[in-house]
Design a protein around this ligand. Sequence first.
Ligand SMILES: [Zn+2]
Length: 427
Amino acid sequence: MPALGINVQLRRISSRTPLRSTPIAILELATGCEPFGLRRGEQTVFVQERYLRTGEGVPLRTMVENFFTRHRRIKKVSVLSVAHDLSKTYGVPTDRAPLPVPPWAPETPPPLPVTSLHIGPMGRKEETCPLAMRALSLETIARFGRENAIAYMDGSSTGGTGNGGYGIYFLWPDGSTTRKCGPVGEWTCSYEFELMAVTECLRIVIGKQREGAALPGVVILTDCRALALGGSGSECVGEAVLLADYLLKTEGVQTMVQGIASHIGVPGNEIADGLANEGRSMPQPRKPLTLSDARSVLQHGTARLWGAAQLSRDERFPRFYEACKARDYLQCLPRSDAVQIFRTRAKHTLLLADRARHGWSATTACRLCGEREETITHVLSECREIAGDRLSGWSARPMNEILWCCDRVAMSTAAKIMRKFLRRAMR
Ligand SMILES: [Zn+2]
C-alpha cells in the first residue's frame, strides 16, 4: 500500500479530526501504528529469516545465501542488501532453527479439531476491564465438569524476548495435582513458551495414561489466542489443537484446548504463573532461534527503534508514545472534547501562535485581551477574558499535567475553555 494511502487511513482511524497540518508522526503515535517504513523493514528481514530456515538447496535460500558472493552486474540496491543491513540493526541472532515439520504426514491434510474454541471478547486485552475478563475466564472453566483433568499453564520471559520459562499446574479428577516448570531458552517469545507448555502438558497426559489412570477428558487452558486459533480466518486452527488431535489419534485421550480470556485472578493459573517464574530463573539451554522467536525479536526491535526515534524530537512525541502504550483517558471523553484535547496536545490548534508558526497568521496577539501572545498556556491559564470558566486553583496546575492527566473533569474543562475561546475570538 502506498504510504500516502496509509496516511489517509491514519487520519480516519485516529477519529479525532486532526488538522491537515498535524504531523503524521503524531497520528502514528496516537493510533499506536508503527511507522510504515519501520514495519516494511521489519517484514523484509522477517522474509529473509523465513527463507534462511527452509531446507538445504531450496532456491530461495540459495539466493539469499549466495547474494554477496555472486558477481552482480546491476548496481542497484536490492531488497536482499537492505535486509542484510537491517538484520544487523535489529541484532537478530544467526543461529537459526529450521522450519518445523508437522507431526502428520505432509501429504495428508491436517485433521479436524476436536476442541471447543470459545475465546472471550474480541479486541485488545488492554482495553477490556480485567474484572470482566476474569469473570469470563472463570465462567469458561466452570463449564467443564470435575470428571475432566484441567491443565493450567503459563509462560514468562525477561523483557519479552529473553530467558523464558513455562509452568504447568494439573488438577486431576481424583483431586491430586501435578506441578511442572522448566526453562525455555535464552531467546524466546510468548508463542514459543506457550507452545512448549502445551507440549509438556501433552507429555504429562501420555505419562498418566500409560500409568493406567482413567482419563475421560483433559482440558488445557491457554490465553494465547494464536496457539488455539492459529492465524486469522475461521478455517485456521492453532498448533496446540493439532498436537492435541494427534494425541487423540495415537493415545486415545480426548484432549481439548480451551482459550480463556485472561489468567489474572484465576486460582490455578496463579500457581502456574509462579511456576513459570521459577522456570525462568533456571539455567537456560542454548537453542537455535525459531522463526516465531525471530519475529518476536524483530517486533521488539521495531518498538525499540520507534521509541528511540521519539526522543530526538520535541517534548510532544515521547508524551504521545507513552500515551499510546498506557491507558489514555482521552478515549473516555466525548468526541468534541477529545478533538480539542488531541489538537492541543499536538500543538496544532486554531490559536494564532500555532497558526503563525505555519505562516498562516501575521500577528500572534490575543484576540480577546490583546495583552499577550495567543498561546495554549495563555488561553488555559492566563487570559482574563475567560477567567470565569476556569475552576478554582486551575491556573496553579501546569498545562502539561492538565492535558495528559487521568482527570477527565480537568480535561473536559480544558476542552471547553479552548472551544469557548475560539468561538469568541472568531466572532
Ligand atoms: Zn488573552
